[in-house]
Design a protein around this ligand. Structure first.
Ligand SMILES: [Zn+2]
Length: 299
């Protein structure tokens, strides 16, 4: 992926290895990315029919804030967020032997949507790479072609965003990630290193990072993405998010701003603790004064 490599090495980007928790299948992983919360057992059961997501999420916060969201790709998103997209085109992952049409069905919208100025968030979930994994594994000769295709998609989006920035005062954020990895045989669902490690690249002209210090990307959690996106978009962090926003991303910002972001994340996390850990409240207050001679009585 020469263009992506160029962006990673040029410096206006931050790269991470984001660890996905098992089960490494699409539905719970999209939930983790958008809610920042850890899936329970019930999600595995629900993956079969993917009902609408009830938990707080970046998508819900964005929609509430009046952002217009457009989605193209894996139809799991449309099932999870049935009323959230201003426009969408879902692609079924049922025909796992197809790795061309599933992606053309996403890319065919690109030229048009990138020219428009009526959206705030564009989400694309390509399926082809995953399908090639299932057909012939991660070392398949088909992988190289697919990555090259994805690289030109990224170039198209990045070039378009850059030219748009000349007209608007605010910088854009481009996020490239995977929902899960794939094993040596091209499958996924379990917890091998190859299945849980996913690439996470954030690209924005807002970043001030010296080129060349990204050789060893930091390992982070997939659940850190939700808080990071919320802060980037100026939205409240989803209520149940257990993630920490990715601090390197704001390291170039003024100290006051950095502290404000940390404060927002800390307040959200301590609220989550208060609501879910009964012993947390007790520990956070000083112990009541003991009467020197009295005996404790239970009312
Ligand atoms: Zn798959």
């Amino acid at each position: 992926m020469p263009y992506t490599t160029y962006l990673v090495e040029k410096g206006a980007s931050h790269s991470f290895v984001a660890e996905a928790k098992p089960p490494t299948v699409t539905m719970p992983r999209i939930k983790a990315l958008m809610t920042g919360s850890l899936p329970g057992f019930v999600d595995v059961v629900r993956n079969l029919n993917s009902p609408a997501l009830l938990e707080d999420s970046v998508i819900r916060q964005a929609k509430t804030a009046g952002k217009r969201i457009i989605f193209y790709g894996d139809e799991t998103w449309v099932k999870l967020f049935p009323k959230h997209f201003a426009e969408y085109d879902g692609t079924t992952s049922f025909f796992v032997s197809d790795y061309t049409e599933v992606d053309n069905n996403v890319t065919r919208h690109l030229d048009k949507v990138l020219k428009r100025g009526d959206w705030d968030m564009l989400i694309l979930h390509y399926l082809g790479l995953d399908h090639i994994g299932h057909i012939s594994g991660p070392n398949s000769p088909l992988i190289g072609h697919k990555l090259s295709e994805m690289d030109s998609v990224l170039m198209k989006i990045h070039t378009s965003l850059q030219s748009k920035e000349r007209e608007t005062p605010l910088p854009n954020l481009l996020v490239l990630c995977g929902d899960h990895g794939m094993s040596e045989t091209g499958s996924h669902g379990a917890s091998s290193v190859e299945e849980v490690n996913t690439p996470l690249i954030l690209i924005s002209s807002a970043f001030e990072r010296k080129p060349g210090d990204n050789r060893h990307p930091k390992h982070v959690q997939q659940t850190d993405v939700a808080a990071t996106l919320a802060i980037a978009l100026g939205l409240p962090i989803p209520k149940d998010s257990v993630g920490s926003f990715l601090f390197p991303v704001v390291e170039g910002r003024p100290m006051r701003e950095q502290l404000r972001f940390l404060h927002l994340n800390t307040v959200q996390l301590s609220k989550l603790l208060q609501e879910n850990v009964p012993s947390y409240e007790k520990g956070s207050h000083p112990a009541p004064a003991q009467h020197p001679t009295g005996t404790a009585q239970k009312g």
